[in-house]
Design a protein around this ligand. Structure first.
Ligand SMILES: NC(=O)c1ccc[n+]([C@@H]2O[C@H](COP(=O)([O-])OP(=O)(O)OC[C@H]3O[C@@H](n4cnc5c(N)ncnc54)[C@H](O)[C@@H]3O)[C@@H](O)[C@H]2O)c1
Length: 247
């Protein structure tokens, strides 16, 4: 079955850059009418701060007023901070909760009645950080929020089933985006060396995550709900070892 979103309206968050910008392009190529938003200004993207519930409600209602329905919600946006437990201030802790959980929960909550009407699909974005601890990247708040996104997927799948809503998660490992290029993948960051141990021998591309989200959003995944699809080149599936020699 060809993966198609023809005739569907897809809300995608965080479309000004990174994986969200790629998602806006690939979902439109698959036939969807894409309604994107971001806290940053970008062409074809509504300016919305997803930590502001009223702004999220207005964004969803505007989309429904213009396009009549919501078939897909891809809650991609997020901003994080990395620090070890002793250094995380109360402000930083709450910043990460707001910018990685509120930004997911508010769009889900306000899109939910429309997804129910359409028999829609939700894709959340977790992370391998929600599945594992890391000795190299102290990320206590981020680990908690991404673990929360994966748990949220399962609860929403349970609540959505009776309404015909499927809810799944994609969990990227290390992906080459502006966010990682300036931080975890920078020349002098130890995570860049750790990435050398990824079994498939490289970090991922935004397209490789988005293609999985596209599948989960489509009718090709009609019997998939509550799943967490890990997209990490095998990183979290194997114990640490020496880098794999490339052929
Ligand atoms: N890049 C990676 O290696 C990686 C790995 C695992 C998970 N992820 C997850 O993938 C998703 C996308 O990440 P990315 O790498 O493309 O990051 P990115 O920073 O390139 O893009 C995120 C986008 O979300 C927007 N955004 C952030 N907070 C917002 C808010 N409050 N309201 C509206 N827009 C907001 C940003 O402005 C940005 O355009 C995130 O949920 C991230 O946690 C990324």
């Amino acid at each position: 079955m060809k993966v198609s979103l023809a005739g569907k309206v897809a809300l995608i968050t965080g479309t000004a850059g990174g994986q969200g910008a790629v998602a806006a392009r690939l979902f439109a190529e698959a036939g969807a009418t894409v309604v994107g938003c971001d806290v940053r200004e970008a062409h074809g993207t509504a300016r919305v701060d997803l930590t502001d519930e009223d702004a999220v409600r207005a964004w969803v209602e505007d989309a429904v007023a213009e396009h009549g329905r919501v078939d897909v919600l891809y809650a991609n946006a997020g901003t994080t901070r990395f620090n070890p437990v002793e250094d995380v201030t109360s402000d930083e802790w709450h910043f990460v909760l707001r910018h990685e959980l509120d930004v997911v929960f508010f769009p889900v909550k306000h899109a939910w009645p429309h997804l129910r009407a359409a028999g829609g699909a939700v894709v959340l974005v977790g992370s391998t950080a929600g599945l594992t601890g890391s000795v190299t990247n102290a990320r206590v708040a981020h680990t908690v929020t991404k673990g929360g996104v994966i748990a949220l997927t399962k609860q929403l799948a349970a609540e959505g089933a009776a309404h015909g809503i499927r809810v799944n998660c994609v969990s990227p490992g290390m992906v080459d985006t502006p966010a990682t290029r300036g931080d975890l993948l920078a020349e002098d960051h130890p995570m860049r060396r750790i990435a050398g141990a990824i079994p498939l021998g490289r970090v991922g591309l935004p397209e490789e995550v988005v293609r999985c989200a596209l599948f989960l959003s489509s009718d090709a995944a009609s019997y998939v709900t509550g799943a967490n699809l890990v997209v990490d080149g095998g990183w979290s599936a194997v114990l640490p070892g020496a880098p794999v020699p490339q052929t």
